[in-house]
Design a protein around this ligand. Structure first.
Ligand code: PMP
Length: 531
C-alpha cells in the first residue's frame, strides 16, 4: 500500500529535517537555552543569539533589516496585527480601508471586525484574469483612505498580484500598503528595498518550517505606524509582547535560509511536475484550470472538475491523494469558495474545485500515480451522474471516517447506476439539482405491480450516492405498495446517517416518489384508454 500522495503544501508543508535538527538543538535540558529576554545569564544570551540569527535569516528572505521583523504566531496574527495596528495608528488621519474579495479569511475577518468598529472597507473584485489592476485600485482610493491590504499570491489559485504596481499607487497617494505574503515568500523573490510595501506577513509552515510561528515585516524608513495588539512584557520593541518561542523562531529562520538558497531550483522543479500532471489529464474533458491565463506560481494549481460533486471527488481520494477542495479554510464551511466565485465561476463549478499543491519531496512517480487516480475517480463519478454503470470501476476501499462503514461499503460499488431504455413499464422520476448539492434520478422497470429493475443516476456527496445504491438494491423485486412505503428515514437508518446527512435520504425518497407517481399516472392512463 502506497502512502497518500501529499498535494496540499499550500495548506502546510512538512518540516524540513534540516529545520527540525536546528529546532532540536535549542530544546531540552542539555540545549543550554533560556528565555531570550534573560540576557543576564549565558542561557538567555544563547537563546537571544539564536533568535537574532533567525531574525537575520528571515529578514534576508525579503531583503529587510532585521529590526523590521516582528515575530508573531503565524500569518493570521501578522495580518491581524498589520490591519488592526495600522488602522488604529492612523485612525485620526482617516477611516477608509481597501482590500479585495479574494483575500484569505485572516484578512477578510479582521477587516470585517474593523468595519464593525466604524471603519469603511472597499473590497475590490478581481478582473476576469484574477488580477487587481492598478487603475482599479487608484479609483478606489479616497482622501480618507489610510491602508490598502492585498495578497501577493492567492492561496486557492496561485494567482500572483503585481504588488510593485499596486504599491506604487499607494505610495503616490501616501496610503500604507500591507501585503499578505504567506503563499509567496519562498516561491517568488521579494525585495522590500525596492517594493513599495509597508507591512508584509509571513508564515513558517508554508516554508517547510514549523506551524505556529510567523512574522510581520514593518517598514522602518519611512516608518510605518503600528498600534500593538498584544500588551505585556514589551518584547519586539513593544510591538508584540510575549516570550519569544525560541525553537519556533529558530525553525523559521532555518527554513527561511534554506528556501532563500533553494527557491529557484525548487520552483523550476515544481513547474515541471505540474506540467506533467496537466499533460497527463489533458484529454479529460471539462476540466477548468483556474487562472490559466493569469501569472501564477507553479506549485498551486486549482482545477474545477465539472460534472462531479466536489465532496465526492475529494472523499474518493482519501488515502491516495491528500488535497484540498478550494482551500483548507473554506472547505470546512462547506460553501463553494468565495475566491473562485469572485473569479466568475458559478457555484456549482466552484464546488467541484480541487487545489493541488506539490512540494519539496513530491516526485514524478507520485504525480503519475495522482493523475491515474484522478482520472479514474472523475470518470467514475461522471458515469454515475450520467446514469452509466460503474461495475467495472470500483470506488475507494476507504472514505474519510465521517462517512461511516455503511456509506463506505455502498459507495465502493454503486451497483445499479444506469438508465433503462424508455418503453412500456419503464418510469422515471428525479429530485434535487446540482446547485442544491444533490440530484437523483430513478429509472424503474415495473411489471405486474412489481419493480423488476431499479437503476439510478446520481450527483452528490458519497452519502447521497450510497443511499441511492442501497435503495436500488432494496427496490428490486419489491411490489409497488412496499416501494411506496419506503421512507427517507428508513434509508438513513440503513446507511447509519447521522445529523444533517440524514437529509440526503429525503432527496432519494423524493425522486422515488416522483417515479412512483409517474408509474401511477401511467397506470391511470392505460386504464382510461381501456375504459
Ligand atoms: N494568508 C494566506 C494567504 C494563507 O494561505 C494562510 C494559511 N492558510 C494564512 C494567511 C494564515 O497563515 P497561518 O496559518 O500562519 O496563520
Amino acid at each position: 500500500m502506497n502512502a497518500p500522495v501529499y498535494l496540499d503544501h499550500a495548506a502546510t508543508t512538512p518540516v524540513d529535517p534540516r529545520v527540525l535538527a536546528a529546532m532540536m538543538a535549542v530544546l531540552g535540558p542539555d540545549s543550554g537555552h533560556g528565555n531570550p529576554a534573560s540576557v543576564q545569564h549565558p542561557e538567555g544570551q544563547r537563546a537571544a543569539a539564536a533568535v537574532a540569527r533567525a531574525r537575520a535569516e528571515v529578514a534576508q528572505l525579503i531583503h529587510a533589516d532585521a529590526r523590521e521583523i516582528v515575530w508573531t504566531s503565524g500569518a493570521t496574527e501578522a495580518n491581524n496585527l498589520a490591519l488592526k495596528g495600522a488602522a488604529q495608528f492612523y485612525r485620526e488621519r482617516g477611516r477608509h480601508l481597501v482590500s479585495a474579495l479574494t483575500e484569505h479569511p485572516s484578512v477578510r475577518d479582521p477587516l470585517a471586525a474593523l468595519e464593525a468598529q466604524g471603519f469603511a472597507v472597499t473590497r475590490l473584485s478581481p478582473a476576469a484574469d484574477g488580477r487587481i489592476h492598478p487603475e482599479q485600485l487608484a479609483a478606489a482610493l479616497r482622501p480618507d483612505t489610510v491602508l490598502v491590504s492585498l495578497m501577493h499570491v492567492n492561496n486557492e489559485t496561485g494567482i500572483i498580484q503585481d504588488i510593485a504596481a499596486l504599491g506604487a499607487v499607494c505610495q503616490a497617494r501616501e496610503v500604507r500598503f500591507h501585503v499578505d505574503a504567506a503563499q509567496s515568500a519562498g516561491r517568488l523573490p521579494i525585495d522590500v528595498r525596492t517594493l513599495p510595501v509597508d507591512y508584509l506577513s509571513l508564515s513558517a509552515h508554508k516554508l517547510y518550517g514549523p506551524q505556529g510561528i510567523g512574522a510581520l515585516y514593518v517598514r522602518d524608513r519611512p516608518r510605518a505606524g503600528l498600534a500593538p495588539q498584544m500588551h505585556g512584557g514589551g518584547q519586539e520593541r513593544g510591538r508584540r509582547s510575549g516570550t519569544l518561542a525560541t525553537h519556533q523562531i529558530v525553525g523559521m529562520g532555518a527554513a527561511a535560509a534554506l528556501i532563500y538558497q533553494e527557491r529557484e531550483t525548487e520552483q523550476a522543479r515544481l513547474a515541471l511536475l505540474m506540467a506533467r500532471l496537466q499533460q497527463a489529464l489533458a484529454d479529460l474533458p471539462d476540466l477548468l484550470w483556474v487562472g490559466a491565463q493569469a501569472p501564477r506560481v507553479p506549485g498551486i494549481v486549482n482545477v474545477a472538475v465539472q460534472g462531479v460533486a466536489g465532496e465526492a471527488l475529494l472523499a474518493s481520494l482519501w488515502g491516495t491523494i491528500s488535497a484540498s477542495a478550494g482551500s483548507a479554510c473554506t472547505a470546512a464551511e462547506g460553501e463553494p469558495s468565495a475566491v473562485l466565485q469572485a473569479l466568475g465561476l458559478d457555484p456549482v463549478t466552484a464546488q467541484g474545485a480541487l487545489r493541488l499543491s506539490p512540494g519539496r519531496w513530491t516526485h514524478e512517480a507520485e504525480i503519475d500515480r495522482a493523475a491515474a487516480v484522478l482520472r479514474r475517480t472523475i470518470l467514475r463519478l461522471r458515469r454515475v451522474a450520467a446514469g452509466e454503470s460503474v461495475d467495472d470501476l470500483p470506488g475507494p476501499a476507504a472514505l474519510p471516517p465521517i462517512y461511516g462503514a455503511a456509506v463506505t461499503a455502498w459507495f465502493g460499488h454503486l451497483r445499479g447506476a444506469g438508465r433503462l431504455a424508455p418503453g412500456p413499464g419503464v418510469v422515471t422520476g428525479e429530485a434535487g439539482a446540482p446547485r442544491l448539492g444533490r440530484w437523483v434520478r430513478w429509472d424503474l422497470a415495473v411489471r405486474a405491480e412489481r419493480i423488476e429493475r431499479a437503476c439510478f443516476s446520481a450527483w452528490g456527496c458519497p452519502a447521497t450516492l450510497a443511499v441511492t445504491a442501497w435503495t436500488a438494491q432494496w427496490l428490486e423485486g419489491r411490489d409497488l405498495v412496499a416501494a411506496a412505503a419506503l421512507t427517507g428515514a428508513q434509508m438513513a437508518e440503513a446507511l447509519d446517517l447521522a445529523g444533517a446527512r440524514r437529509g440526503v435520504a429525503l432527496t432519494v425518497e423524493d425522486a422515488l416518489r416522483a417515479a412512483l407517481a409517474a408509474q401511477h399516472g401511467e397506470v391511470m392512463s392505460t386504464q382510461s384508454v381501456r375504459g
